[in-house]
Design a protein around this ligand. Structure first.
Ligand SMILES: Cc1cc2nc3c(=O)[nH]c(=O)nc-3n(C[C@H](O)[C@H](O)[C@H](O)COP(=O)(O)OP(=O)(O)OC[C@H]3O[C@@H](n4cnc5c(N)ncnc54)[C@H](O)[C@@H]3O)c2cc1C
Length: 303
């Protein structure tokens, strides 16, 4: 199919973009990488009168780590650029790994980090990664700029806290605690497919009875899990953080018993639906298996 006709604009400042989106006379929509929106236009699932291309706005095109240690990724930054950025790879490796699971290189070369967050497909990698990393989002519109925590940002399938006349201008990722361990895993039918289900896990190690040191000759860190953030994708209309899973890990050495308890908590807490891709049961079982693997990997990565 072909899209309905629309006008295309490429403003050079954020102010111009906001004014275009705020124009009540015409239905305007942001386009960033176009990797989700263009197919939607072609299928006539979206019929905007004006596309506002935000990728030519220099103030939205940055990746930087501020004095507060936070990573800030502007709305024009492509996924591939973020995943290759040395600061991202060093300080937020979970984010780089999550991007690596998105589609194929061609998609990541065009798609933006913020576009994926604003689009909010429940099976997408970045919403789950953002929640696991405790990200927050800067949203700008005619009423000014506001900050929304990841926990409040994802409202429902393909719906976020961004209003129609606003845009997501940057995603902000706080510094991760020293020595944290992380893992990102997903179940897909074929390489590059949207995930059937996925998990993003961050563990923070505290100095438990073992003093927190790595045993001589390497191996997993001693000590216990001080904090855990476990987020599932593809299992609910929004990325889902399960406190019961986190509680099952905190205070433990993330060993086999703790992993089994976490998996039981995931099985009890996840209530996905059946759809054409998988049954609910398959998703729950898959999520629990991914979680067990993620616990091992994240704990091994704790330094
Ligand atoms: C073949 C294929 C495979 C894919 N596989 C995956 C996958 O495995 N995992 C995955 O997560 N994604 C996948 N995608 C989607 C891809 O990640 C998209 O790039 C992403 O979902 C949207 O980012 P975008 O920059 O392309 O946004 P666009 O397509 O330009 O926009 C998407 C939507 O978000 C809105 N939007 C974009 N940016 C902003 C902003 N800054 N503020 C407010 N609204 C905004 C648009 O108005 C539109 O409604 C795939 C896409 C294709 C074509």
């Amino acid at each position: 199919m072909k899209p309905t006709s629309f006008d295309y604009t490429a403003p050079r400042t954020l102010g111009e973009a906001v004014a275009l989106l705020a124009d009540e006379e015409r239905d305007a929509k942001v386009v960033a990488g176009g990797q989700s929106l263009i197919p939607m236009l072609n299928m006539r699932l979206a019929r905007p009168e004006v596309l506002v291309d935000i990728t030519r706005i220099p103030e939205l095109d940055g990746i930087r780590v501020g004095e507060d240690g936070c990573l800030r990724i502007g709305a024009a930054v492509r996924q591939a650029r973020a995943a290759a950025d040395p600061a991202v790879r060093e300080g937020w490796p979970l984010l780089a790994a999550a991007i690596g699971h998105i589609g194929h290189p061609q998609i990541r070369n065009r798609g933006t980090v913020c576009g994926s967050l604003a689009h909010h497909d429940p099976a997408a990698e970045l919403p789950a990664a953002a929640l696991a990393l405790d990200a927050r989002f800067t949203v700008t519109g005619p009423r000014g700029t506001r900050t929304v925590a990841a926990a409040d940002f994802f409202v429902a399938t393909f719906s976020t806290a961004v209003e129609a006349d606003e845009l997501l201008t940057e995603a902000v990722f706080p510094p991760q605690p020293a020595g944290h361990g992380w893992a990102f895993g997903e179940l897909t039918r074929r390489h590059g497919d949207f995930a059937t289900v996925g998990v993003a896990l961050v563990l923070e190690r505290g100095a438990g009875p073992g003093g927190g040191a790595r045993p001589e000759g390497g191996g997993p860190a001693a000590g216990t899990v001080r904090r855990a953030r476990a987020v599932f994708s593809g299992a609910a209309p929004v990325p889902l953080r399960l406190p019961a899973v986190e509680d099952a890990l905190v205070g433990t050495d993330a060993g086999p018993e703790a992993r089994a308890a976490a998996a039981r908590a995931a099985l009890a807490g996840l209530t996905p639906s059946d759809d054409v891709h998988a049954t609910a049961e398959y998703r729950r079982e898959g999520a629990a298996h991914l979680l067990v693997r993620a616990c091992t990997t994240a704990w091994e990565r704790c330094r």
